[in-house]
Design a protein. Structure first.
Length: 567
């Protein structure tokens, strides 16, 4: 019998024999349930068995993955979709090291994920116990809060403290590790440090004075531009944001999890003309996103005044001095600004909008001319245009790749927030299957589609085994150009046609991989076959892969590795 089986058997025996007592897992599970957790994500390990067994006792579904990285990615997606805590449980040693990438991606996306990790027995520390290592120092730089629990009566207390840190803006992942012998210790409930019900304080609100000053700056501008990012989503500000955008009638651009906060057909929404708008604006409002590489570190239009709105001050003035900032919950901020519009209307920006709309139309027509290509092999744009026909308000799209996702983000129509998910600013490939699994669990009535690069599919494609086991009919549409195109194209452009070293892949039949795991597969080589293949995949009712062969040269000189460094 393996160590894992022995420990699991021991937990079950303890629970049956001491039904009036609690082990560490039974202290953790009620706390998770109290904050509304319905699913936890794991790859099983003996060091953590008491936790997920206790979660099942509390009617939380335990989703077991094929890799710890994938489990944390799923918890990350759960947190983003619910705008609440996500929970991943990983075993000691390699279980934790496998999870590092997932934790880091959540950290850069401000996703409130609680990672519960096992640890070698406390009584055997520094003796060379199985999978014994210094785990805490690994996670400290990529978490908001990281602790080792060595008192078995305080496990629920530490769990609650970790969750409070995770959910306090700026949100982010937190980490608790518990030695297996501490986790297995049994206590009567009165011996355990009790936890109190969670509460959420009223969010911080920008002062009336700062709102009034900001509004006067907008009133005095002739060419304002608004760009909104992920904290619009985290602050649940999409309704107030949309109302402000509609009443102000200024041009709006979106990135990150704010995508979909304005539908593609909203008169104020633009996505192809951001560079022009920023270069010609006299006031640029940045809401809920930092001036990082995606915004050229603030290196644009030195003559424009810059205003930043956010729920915390960490982003303010980083990389570029700002002319003004309003710190507070973004829902409250935009509600207050809209109230000012109703009392004192803004000037007419219609000519400014028309100017940008002209540039937008020109750029969009260029994109869509490529999207109508009948060429074989298929172009990236044509694949995304065909996929766009399947996107409605009940569809969730997960972007997991490089070039194909960059193209898809410009073509796929979004109608509401939460409809688009991608790795976030860390740029971590391989999130697709896990994000889709979490989305399908939480929204079984919705269509969940991954827009996959072939390179990205290879990282966690085996999670289709998880989707099959849990009967989750997620669909992967793979843009297969047999290579790491986002790296290969600029590499070849700089160093020559023979310089594609380490960027070439085989034209692999990923559809056959999913079929072998119990799913459905389609292989497509003609642009006219794409829609029918996707429809058959959807109709199958199974986890599915539509593997579409693309022209590896169709994006040469276009989308490239450095695209994030320019407006």
């Amino acid at each position: 019998m393996s160590i894992k089986d022995k420990i699991t058997q021991k937990v079950i025996q303890y629970t049956l024999k001491h039904s009036s007592k609690l082990n560490g897992g039974q202290q953790i599970a009620p706390v998770l349930k109290s904050v509304g957790i319905t699913h936890v994500f794991t790859l099983c390990g003996g060091h953590t068995a008491p936790i997920y067994l206790a979660c099942e006792e509390e009617a939380m579904q335990v989703i077991d993955h094929r890799h710890e990285q994938a489990a944390v990615h799923a918890a990350d997606a759960y947190a983003r979709i619910q705008r609440n805590l996500g929970v991943a449980i990983v075993t000691a040693g390699p279980g934790l090291t496998d999870a590092i990438t997932g934790i880091t991606n959540a950290y850069f996306a401000n996703a409130p994920v609680l990672v519960l990790a096992g640890l070698a027995p406390f009584e055997e520390w520094d003796r060379g116990s199985l999978q014994e290592m210094n785990q805490l120092d690994l996670v400290k730089p990529i978490t908001k809060y990281a602790r080792t629990v060595t008192d078995s009566t305080r496990i629920s207390e530490y769990t609650q403290n970790a969750i409070r840190h995770a959910l306090t803006p700026p949100m982010g992942p937190v980490y608790l590790e518990i030695p297996i012998d501490i986790l297995l210790e049994m206590h009567k409930s009165k011996e355990v440090k009790s936890y109190s019900p969670f509460y959420i304080d009223a969010p911080p609100v920008a002062s009336d004075e700062s709102i009034d000053h900001l509004y006067s700056m907008i009133q005095n501008s002739r060419h304002p531009v608004l760009l909104a990012g992920s904290n619009i989503w985290w602050d649940k500000a999409e309704t107030e944001f949309k109302e402000f955008a509609s009443q102000s009638e200024m041009p709006v651009f979106l990135n990150g999890m704010a995508r979909g906060a304005l539908s593609n057909d909203h008169p104020g929404f633009f996505q192809h003309s951001r560079k022009y708008a920023f270069e010609n604006a006299d006031l640029i409002i940045i809401a809920g996103t930092p001036l990082d590489f995606r915004l050229k570190f603030g290196n644009f239009n030195s003559d424009a005044k810059i205003v930043m709105l956010d729920n915390n001050g960490h982003h303010i003035g980083n990389n570029r001095s700002v002319d003004y900032a309003a710190i507070g919950n973004l829902a409250q901020t935009f509600a207050s600004l809209t109230k000012n519009i109703q009392e004192t209307p803004l000037q007419d920006y219609s000519s400014w909008l028309q100017e940008i709309r002209s540039v937008e139309r020109e750029k969009r027509e260029k994109y869509w001319s490529q999207a109508s290509s009948k060429a074989k092999p298929i172009t990236h744009h044509r694949l995304c245009a065909e996929l766009a026909e399947f996107i409605d308000e009940d569809t969730i799209i997960v972007g997991d790749g490089g070039d194909i996702v960059a193209v898809g983000s410009k073509i796929l129509p979004l109608t509401k927030p939460g409809q688009w998910m991608d790795p976030g600013p860390f740029g971590c490939l391989g999130v697709g299957p896990s994000f889709a699994i979490a989305a399908q669990l939480l929204h079984p009535d919705k269509r969940v589609i991954i827009l996959h690069g072939d390179g990205a599919f290879g990282l966690n494609g085996f999670e289709f085994d998880t989707a099959v086991r849990f009967d989750l009919p997620i669909i992967s549409v793979v843009g297969n150009d047999a290579g790491w195109g986002q790296i290969r194209n600029p590499q070849v452009a700089i160093m020559g046609e023979d310089a594609s070293t380490a960027t070439d892949l085989a034209p692999t039949r990923y559809d056959k991989v999913v079929e072998s795991l119990g799913g459905y597969g389609e292989y497509v080589e003609s642009p006219d076959e794409i829609q029918a293949a996707i429809q058959r995949a959807l109709d199958s009712g199974k986890p599915a892969c539509v593997n579409v062969m693309l022209d590896p040269d169709s994006l040469k000189g276009g989308v490239n590795l450095m695209r994030g460094l320019s407006i």
